[in-house]
Design a protein around this ligand. Sequence first.
Ligand code: SME
Length: 151
Amino acid sequence: METKEVRYLSLVAQINALIDTRCSEIANYANTAAAIQNEFKHWWCGFYFVNANNQLELGPFQGPVACTLIDFNKGVCGTAWAKKETILVPNVHEFEGHIACSSESNSEIVVPIMKNGVVYAVLDIDSTEYNTFDAIDEKYLMQIADLLSNC
Ligand code: SME
C-alpha cells in the first residue's frame, strides 16, 4: 500500500483535472466527494454549503444519509465555519456539541472552503475509526478546498 501522502498527491492531481470551471459547482463538488471516497473509503465524505438563511445546508456527499441543516458555530462543521479553520477531531464523543448524524462516526475532519475571505462551504469527512485524520489529511484536503474555491 502506498503511503497516505502518495495517495493524496495522486488524488489532488486527479481532482485538479476533474474540476471543470464550465460546470456548476454541484458537478465539481459531487465528483470531488466521489474521488475522495473512492480513494479512502471513509464512512462519510461530503460538503455543506452556506445557504441564504446563514445555515450550512447539505450538498453533494458519499455515504449514509446526513443532517441537512447545521447552524453557525454548531457541531464540528459550524465551528470550522465560525473559526474559518480546519478542525481535526480524533474522538467526536469528546467534542462538545458534536452533531451525530451517524452513531458509526468516531473521528472527523472539517475543512472550510473560502471565497473572497468568506466561508462558502465546508468539506466534512467522517471515519468509523478513532484518530483517523492527521496533519497530512489537513494539508492535502486544504489543497482540495483551494481547488474548489476557484470553481
Ligand atoms: N458531525 C458533523 C455533522 C455532519 S455529519 O457528520 C455528516 C458536525 O458535528 O458538524
